[in-house]
Design a protein around this ligand. Structure first.
Ligand code: ADP
Ligand code: MG
Length: 682
């Protein structure tokens, strides 16, 4: 069924490449390339009724032949349209052929945004419809798709429409019985209506089915995983006295929840069960030490442990943390680092250490799985900030061995009821209590005119021996985007602050070793102010950093802002987070009020949901790091529960499918596991 895109009328090689950029490679992809948003096709109005700044549809004739002029690199096409009430100018940029084929003196519908320019108004980039074509659409929902430069909405809509005509759908994998039970529409109308529906109700029904499928496929496949993993452990790890040893050695007192999480893990082990546990805790709740205690226990019983992290910066940090924690243990584990940017010689050495069993604790990034590391005695596999890894990646690390204990650490705030479903293959320990003496971060949302005060706060903190982060959304200046960038900001800051203050910038495009060097010197305290993009978002731990200033804060999602802020307030000193708001839109104001008013990840996630509105049909709206295509774990929580219920129903004796239904169902789940589970990061 995977026809090439070029089989569709209107898609040539060039357009096909543009679709590829959107992840659409064949007709199957295109049919499932759902809109991100829908707006009703506007009622047709006359020119005099049109209001500036609004999306309008006007039925009119072109009275002047479209003319294209060049302004630098820009091609500007102008035309004038007229109806009984007046005339209006239309303008298109870089689309010289837009009006080709348009007959003069014939009526068309021009749909675009009316903008005010000087004294007059003009219609910007209107899409041109034949008027009967538009009349058939008016009142229906117009799908808006994610797009790239060179591909306009009309091309995408046309392509989707003809793809839907060409495509042969598989027979529905959900038996009728199940569809009736959960009030789900069939797969074919769901798919059609996701793109083109006559009204909201129809769209809601389609969406319910698509979201249901997404959740169902995922949790059903997980439930198969779970059967595979919950079993008796073949590793004999002794846990006695380990927690007490750490309590004596650590420079701080473990929180109740940290102890409880360790006890949860140890009680699994003591009962000879394979540990499959999620440690869920807000940023800064101290999850790392929990993993270290487990790895140490494994080491004392003669086993190896692996901890995987999403970034090299984090791998290096964990490496240093480990060295620090075990520094005054009499019986030190051998710690080994393995990351992608190490030289071939270093990698070979690390591999040898791992394979020979010399390495007790192995810390690394994806490089661990990519290079076929095969520790023979690995009894423990841990992933930190795990949502960055796919389920399959987790599996891959462990498939060659006896089932190891698995610990997964995540700061994604989801309510327990949902976590139980989404992490169906894992038990859950939650770390809520913050370390003793930890002061809540003080927040301020400011506007650009108060930057001076923010710099004052930073300077005061630096003079008191602390460090600061300043986060900018961009790396370098970019045409047409009005946002702060790391490079210019760093030179600006250098000219504002006294010379003795060490200022450094950091961003994702620097070579890995340089990034690590910078993070290391920041961690050592050699840098006072670090100007950075969000590369510091995940897990970085420098307790001496007490201020974070976030430029153009409204550009970031609430979950990201909360993660970023989690980089400060990790020690005993008072910490500050300054959000610089640079637009005065109501939505920006409200969203920043939420992060500025609370340090609680759960609360922020739920407000994020409220601000987006539960009925909002924003397809790819994402919360935290849960990546589903259409489904949203917060707004679609009810459907998630239905999907879970359906899994239970399928496992029950009440469910009596016929043979064909079983075959279709199995085939579908297998295809899903092959195609999607690899990529789904959860
Ligand atoms: P996260 O949960 O975000 O991964 P970390 O494990 O990185 O948090 O811990 C954050 C900081 O708190 C680290 O500097 C760590 O050493 C410190 N820490 C962890 N547990 C405690 C505790 N019980 N008391 C004081 N500080 C702690
Ligand atoms: Mg962490």
């Amino acid at each position: 069924m995977n026809y090439e895109l070029t089989k569709i009328k209107g898609i040539g090689d060039k357009t096909s490449v543009l679709f590829n950029k959107l992840g659409v490679f064949d007709i199957d992809d295109l049919v499932h390339f759902y809109p991100v948003k829908y707006i009703p096709y506007e009622r047709v109005i006359s020119i005099e009724e049109a209001v500036p700044d609004e999306q309008v549809a006007i039925c009119a004739r072109i009275i002047s032949a479209p003319r294209t002029i060049r302004a630098g690199r820009l091609k500007i096409t102008n035309a004038v349209i007229e109806d009984y009430s007046g005339k209006l100018k239309c303008v298109w940029y870089n689309s010289p052929f837009i009006a080709s084929g348009i007959e003069r003196e014939k009526e068309y519908v021009f749909s675009g945004k009316l903008v005010k320019k000087g004294s007059g108004a003009m219609l910007e980039h209107p899409i041109i419809y034949k008027s009967d074509e538009y009349k058939a659409l008016a009142g229906k929902l117009k799908p808006l798709y994610r797009t790239v430069k060179g591909l306009n909405q009309k091309i995408i809509r046309k392509a989707v429409l003809s793809a839907l005509e060409k495509y042969t759908f598989e027979e529905d994998f959900l038996p009728v019985d199940i569809r009736e039970r959960y009030d789900l529409t069939d797969n074919i109308s769901a798919c059609h209506n996701m793109h083109f529906s006559d009204n909201r109700q129809e769209l809601e029904k389609a969406r319910k089915r698509v979201v249901f499928d997404e959740f169902f496929n995922f949790i059903y496949s997980l439930s198969i995983l779970k059967e595979k993993t919950s079993s008796f452990s073949e590793y004999d790890i002794k846990t006695e006295g380990i927690l007490e040893l750490f309590e004596n050695k650590l420079p701080f007192e473990l929180t109740e929840d940290q102890k409880k999480a360790v006890n949860d893990i140890f009680s699994d082990i003591d009962n000879h069960r394979v540990v499959n546990r999620l440690i869920q805790g807000d940023v800064g709740s101290g999850k790392t030490i929990i993993s270290l205690i487990l790895m140490y226990a494994a080491y004392k019983s003669g086993y190896q442990s692996i901890i995987m992290v999403p970034t090299e910066v984090l791998a290096n940090q964990h490496f240093r943390t480990c060295l620090g924690i075990f520094a005054d243990f009499e019986d030190k584990p051998q710690i080994c680092l393995l990351t992608g940017s190490m030289s071939p010689a270093e990698k070979t050495a690390a591999h040898a250490q791992i394979k020979s069993g010399e390495a007790d604790i192995i810390i690394g990034t994806h490089a661990l799985i990519q290079t076929g590391v095969e520790p023979e005695r690995a009894a423990v596999v841990i992933t930190d900030e795990q949502h960055r890894f796919g389920v399959r990646q987790r599996e891959k690390l462990t498939q060659h061995q006896k089932k190891p204990h698995i610990l997964v650490m995540s700061a994604t705030p989801i309510p327990r009821t949902l976590a139980v479903i989404l992490y169906g293959d894992l038990d859950i320990s939650t770390v809520v209590t913050k370390p003793k003496g930890r002061l809540p971060v003080k927040n301020a949302v400011i506007t650009a005119k108060d930057r001076g005060k923010a710099y004052r706060t930073i300077l005061d903190q630096v003079n008191a021996g602390h460090q600061a982060y300043i986060i900018c959304p961009m790396v370098e200046e970019s045409e047409g985007l009005d946002a702060e960038n790391v490079l210019d900001y760093a030179s600006k800051i250098k000219s504002i602050f006294p010379e003795n203050i060490v200022i450094q910038f950091l961003h994702g495009r620097l070579p890995q070793t340089e990034k690590d060097n910078i993070m290391c010197s920041f961690a050592r305290g050699d840098i006072n102010i670090l100007i950075s993009t969000t590369v510091v978002e995940v897990g970085v731990d420098v307790p001496n950093a007490t201020v974070m200033m976030i430029e153009n804060a409204e550009r970031f999602g609430l979950a990201t802002l909360h993660q970023l802020r989690g980089r400060v307030g990790r020690g005993d000193d008072q910490a500050y987070c300054i959000f610089v708001q640079t637009t005065d839109s109501e939505n920006a104001r409200q969203r920043l009020k939420v992060v500025g008013g609370s340090n609680d990840g759960f609360y922020i996630a739920s407000e994020d949901l409220r601000l987006r509105g539960p009925g909002e049909l924003l397809g790819s709206a994402q919360s935290g790091d849960m990546r589903f295509d259409i489904a949203d774990i917060y707004t679609d929580a009810e459907i998630l529960k239905l999907a879970q219920d359906c899994c239970d129903y399928i496992a029950s004796e009440d469910f009596k499918p016929d043979d064909d239904e079983i075959i279709r169902f199995r085939k579908h789940i297998e295809a899903y596991r092959d195609k999607r589970l690899n990529n789904l990061n959860i």
